[in-house]
Write a protein of this length. Structure first.
Ligand code: KG4
Ligand code: ZN
Length: 346
């Protein structure tokens, strides 16, 4: 956890330190004020929560407390800076688990007070939304954004930083939740998305005709609960001890989710008359989704920005980047700013 890459030349006050603790990952990152990620670390709790088949909030919160301070020290060390070189501190203030959010925000506020620097409360979904613009893909510009995570699936029209218009969201399960729930039915470990991704690589995506819920065809809303039910009904007929059967089910489930996501994104871009799409969130790691997006967007003449795989799942780099965008536009948050488990993006 304490790797060292010290570069003394980067020692200036032009840095922002951000913390992310909305769910079960504790993360810290340092960004330069030009938006370049200098250091980022994630202390994963996935092994701890796997034994329960999902995240246990109390356990997550206690582990955030254990990890947060060593992580701050580690990223400062990685970036080759000290607290004196930080111009502002940020943390995710929602949406997420209250007991988890409180750890990161309390730490960031405490650092801000101790150093006499501003604090910024950042929306976790804005972190995901802007992450495709990291790594030299900036500046942030108008686009249609698809955010696909474990808790959310939404299409957003981005006018500028902080100017977002919700175009559609899921009516029931999020895409990541659908991956996770189906994986659980198939006896795969939590989190199920990466497991399905791996197994799907050797399967036939046309083996099972699982439903694609397009709703009324022109709708930008999503629904994944029918897919879950279809897999549940199919399960008694399946011999999941057969490797090929399991791979075929995974490939077919993935194909159903991917097709809906890709088609709705293209529809949203057409409706909004935008030729740039930005895709982010844990599910955007999925190799099937990335390949399908590349192919379809190329055919449609839509530019595609995909978050780097390491920045798709929860991390603090994306929170630092979003905070830098806001800080550069003169935004800061009051220290009284509370956490909000249901914080809306738009
Ligand atoms: O964005 P994220 O890390 O956390 C939330 O904010 O929810 O997303 C986690 C979700 C989980 O549902 C996980 O199964 C899914 O992202 N996920 C994937 C893949 N990697 C993570 N889903 C499909 N394929 C993947 N490779
Ligand atoms: Zn997330």
């Amino acid at each position: 956890m304490f790797g060292k890459t010290v570069n003394r030349e980067l020692r200036t006050k032009n840095h922002l330190l951000a913390l992310e603790s909305s769910c079960d990952e504790t993360a810290a990152a340092v960004c330069s004020l030009d938006g370049t990620l200098r250091a980022g670390r994630v202390a994963s709790q996935v092994e701890i929560h796997r034994q329960y088949g999902g995240v246990v909030p109390e356990v997550a919160s206690r582990n955030h407390i254990l990890h947060v301070r060593p992580l701050v020290e580690a990223v400062l060390n990685d970036a080759g800076i000290t607290l004196r070189d930080v111009a502002a501190f940020a943390a995710t203030s929602g949406p997420g688990l209250v007991s988890s959010l409180l750890i990161g925000t309390s730490m960031a506020k405490a650092l801000a007070v101790a150093e006499g620097k501003p604090f910024l409360a950042i929306n976790h979904m804005e972190g995901h939304l802007l992450s495709p613009f990291m790594g030299g893909n900036g500046p942030v510009r108008p686009c249609v954004a698809l955010i696909v995570s474990g808790g959310h699936t939404m299409l957003v029209r981005v006018h500028d930083v902080g100017r977002y218009e919700l175009l559609g969201r899921t009516r029931d399960d999020a895409a990541g939740e659908a991956f996770d729930k189906v994986a659980k039915m198939l006896g795969l470990p939590y989190p199920g998305g990466p497991e399905i991704d791996k197994l799907a690589a050797n399967g036939d995506p046309a083996a099972f005709a699982f439903p694609r819920s397009f709703l009324d065809g022109r709708s930008l809303e999503f629904s994944f609960s029918g897919l879950k039910t279809a897999v549940l009904y199919e399960r008694p007929r399946l011999d999941l001890t057969r490797e090929q059967t399991l791979a075929d089910v995974c490939a077919s489930v993935q194909a159903a989710i991917v097709e809906v996501l890709v088609e709705k994104l293209v529809l949203a871009a057409r409706k909004a008359r935008l030729d740039l799409a930005a895709v982010s969130g844990g599910v955007s790691c999925n190799r099937g989704l990335r390949a399908a997006l590349q192919a379809r967007c190329t055919r449609e003449g839509i530019g595609l920005l995909l978050a780097e795989p390491a920045l798709c799942t929860d991390n603090a780099g994306m929170i630092a980047f979003a905070a830098v965008q806001r800080f550069q536009r003169g935004h800061t948050s009051p220290l009284e700013a509370d956490v909000d488990p249901n914080l809306p993006l738009a």
